[in-house]
Write a protein that binds this ligand. Structure first.
Ligand SMILES: [Zn+2]
Length: 177
């Protein structure tokens, strides 16, 4: 059996694949964020214009799972049976609230997630990816200008190692000395 080694090309492909995966995930997360903000602004219409709230049923048989948009928060629901009371709050952290009722075989669970929390969660990945991209770009710019990629110190006199922060720039950008 032939065993293929993964060389530098393989590592570069892996880095590229990871970057594509990260960018795709960031884009999806950004779309989710946009959808969240739209639902968030729409959620207040329920009280203002007496409209029925946005909702979506995941299942049509027991147990029932659905999501419903309430003013300022999205509610994930799970219901089994019909013999439940008004759900009792179990915990509430920063508006993230779980409430439930269990009566015999019947149960009803509501998880309330504030829209601001969903917005922050869905924005975290795209924001991280954008900051990483800006940093890569700044680094690359400094390197091509002969400056230290880490701190921006002029490396014309010492191209192999920065005397300020000790960083060694990429060898291919230094050129023959
Ligand atoms: Zn430096």
């Amino acid at each position: 059996m032939r065993r293929g080694g993964v060389g530098i090309g393989g590592d570069q492909n892996l880095t590229r694949s990871l970057l594509i995966l990260l960018n795709t995930a960031s884009l999806l997360s950004l779309l989710l964020c946009a959808a969240t903000v739209i639902l968030w602004t729409r959620s207040y219409r329920v009280t203002r214009d007496a409209r029925s709230p946005d909702s979506f049923d995941f299942t049509h048989a027991q147990p029932l799972y659905w999501v419903i948009s309430n003013p300022g928060r999205l509610t994930f629901c799970r219901q089994e049976g019909r013999d439940w009371n008004s759900p009792r709050p179990r915990f509430n952290v920063l508006g993230l609230e779980l409430a439930g009722s269990v009566v015999g075989d019947s149960s009803l669970w509501n998880l309330f997630v504030p829209y601001w929390m969903l917005t922050c969660l869905t924005l975290a990945l795209p924001l991280t990816a954008m900051i990483a991209w800006l940093r890569r770009r700044a680094r690359h710019r400094r390197e091509t200008k002969g400056l230290c990629p880490g701190c921006g110190y002029d490396l014309r006199a010492t191209p192999h190692r920065c005397p300020e922060c000790g960083e060694a720039p990429d060898a291919h950008l230094i050129g023959p000395t």
